[in-house]
Design a binder for this molecule. Structure first.
Ligand code: ATP
Ligand code: MG
Length: 417
């Protein structure tokens, strides 16, 4: 009897790892260049952190969280997203004294959802949070950074940047009433889920995927037409900056985001290449959250991107990350193998990446494994080479061969392709 994974989780096998590393390394490089430093928060937190930060009426907290009592009876949840913990860490470590504060994170998140392609129960996000910058400049720069990363990964061809403004406490409350009145008039045509959340979270109805709800949403009053002067200025400022940076975007007045903490700017990057799971990055401003969580009033903005979806987009464009590299040492005969182990260690001491064939056997079999290991250079050590203290070097890219003395290899390595 075999044991399989839990539904909705998956292994990232060695074949996929290069794409993941490329994602992680590119993100680290770009986030760092824009002034973000890495933070690593715990995988689990007190449940109330998410209930308060993400919102008790959000889909995430209402139905997607992995929550359990630990052995001491405390209610614990696996993190469903990254922002709540970053805000907690910011407050807990008194970081309002070091504003502006800009951090990035990457790692697994957990949501009990219906698994599909691009939607899992353990998935990975990388994201950034910027505290202390109130103006639209921060928003525009963050979007520029996201788009730069996607461009660098060369997965920007099927992408769209959508923005919206969700207003603030002042202008959203009267808008919410208007929207509620409108939606109540249409109640009979809403899907069951939307009828259910009508009172609790009417804004969420605007981005319901159901066709009938969408038709109603298109007729609904829009937040962007009810912004107060401050929010309208902010939104206009943002659009001016995006235009100035020549970043193509569209205003999507129906985008409201699933997390309750957002205000003013919301943005999403969507793709046409992944079917229903079309959001690859999403974020927005949350100027009230730090204070709501017990900290001082600190403006903030952040985003997260789904790494599984980025990896899927990268899949077709992998040639570069799986390029051949390193040395693969194959030996023929017992004496050569014994000497080979020692040579491999010496070459590694000198800084070369040398993989030794673990199984031996025929030259053909070993060459096949070298090819599978994506080695760039194969080092062949047989009886003749052992006697001459040389090694036969075969370039797996172009098939070219040359013979080198053992002590020449390190000196030559810098000159090899
Ligand atoms: P969706 O509408 O796809 O459910 P969301 O609004 O729940 O997305 P966020 O909470 O904003 O997503 O998370 C940011 C990003 O994380 C998403 O744009 C998506 O790329 C990714 N993501 C979210 N949930 C999952 C999941 N269950 N599996 C894989 N990726 C996910
Ligand atoms: Mg979701």
């Amino acid at each position: 009897m075999t044991i399989a994974t839990v539904r909705g989780v998956r292994d990232i096998l060695p074949e996929e790892s290069p794409a993941w590393r490329l994602l992680e390394e590119s993100a680290r490089q770009i986030f760092t260049a824009y002034g973000y430093r890495e933070i690593r928060t715990p995988i689990f937190e007190r449940t109330e952190l998410f209930a308060r930060a993400v919102g008790a009426t959000s889909d995430i907290v209402e139905k997607e969280m992995y929550t359990f009592a630990d052995r001491g009876g405390e209610s614990i949840s696996l993190r469903p997203e990254g922002t709540a913990a970053v805000v907690r860490a910011f407050i807990e470590n008194n970081l309002h004294r070091s504003l502006p504060w800009a951090v990035y994170y990457m790692g697994p998140m957990f949501r009990y959802e219906r698994p599909q392609k691009g939607r899992y129960r353990q998935f990975h996000q990388m994201g950034c949070e910027l505290f202390g910058a109130p103006g639209p400049l921060a928003d525009a720069e963050m979007m520029a950074m996201v788009l730069r990363l996607l461009r660098q990964l060369r997965i920007d061809d099927s992408l769209t940047l959508e923005i919206n403004s969700l207003g603030c406490k002042q202008c959203r409350a009267p808008y919410r009433e208007q929207l509620l009145t409108f939606l109540q008039g249409q109640q009979a045509h809403l899907c069951a889920n939307c009828r259910d959340r009508l009172q609790r979270n009417p804004l969420r109805i605007l981005d319901c995927k159901n066709e009938e709800c969408r038709a109603i949403a298109r007729q609904a009053p829009m937040m962007k037409d009810h912004l107060c002067a401050g929010c309208a200025d902010h939104f206009e400022g943002l659009q001016g900056l995006l235009g100035g940076m020549a970043l193509p975007y569209t205003v999507n007045p129906l985008m409201v985001r699933g997390l309750d903490y957002y205000n003013r700017t919301a943005f999403e990057v969507t793709t046409t290449a992944l079917g229903a799971q079309n959001a690859v990055a999403a974020g927005g401003r949350y100027d009230g959250l730090v204070a709501e969580m017990g900290g001082q009033t600190v403006p903030a903005i952040g985003f997260a991107m789904g790494m599984e979806r980025l990896a899927l987009l990268l899949e077709g464009k992998q040639a570069e990350s799986s390029r051949r590299q390193g040395y693969y040492l194959l030996t023929v005969g017992e004496a050569a193998t014994e000497q080979g182990v020692l040579l491999a260690e010496q070459w590694r001491n000198a800084g070369l990446a040398v993989q030794m064939d673990w199984l031996g056997g025929s030259m053909k079999a070993q060459l096949r494994r070298a090819d599978r290991a994506a080695a760039l250079q194969v080092l062949i050590l047989g009886e003749q080479e052992l006697a001459e203290q040389t090694v036969l070097l075969k370039n797996m890219q172009d098939g070219e061969q040359r013979r080198l003395a053992w002590d020449q290899l390190v000196a030559t390595s810098g000159l090899l392709p």
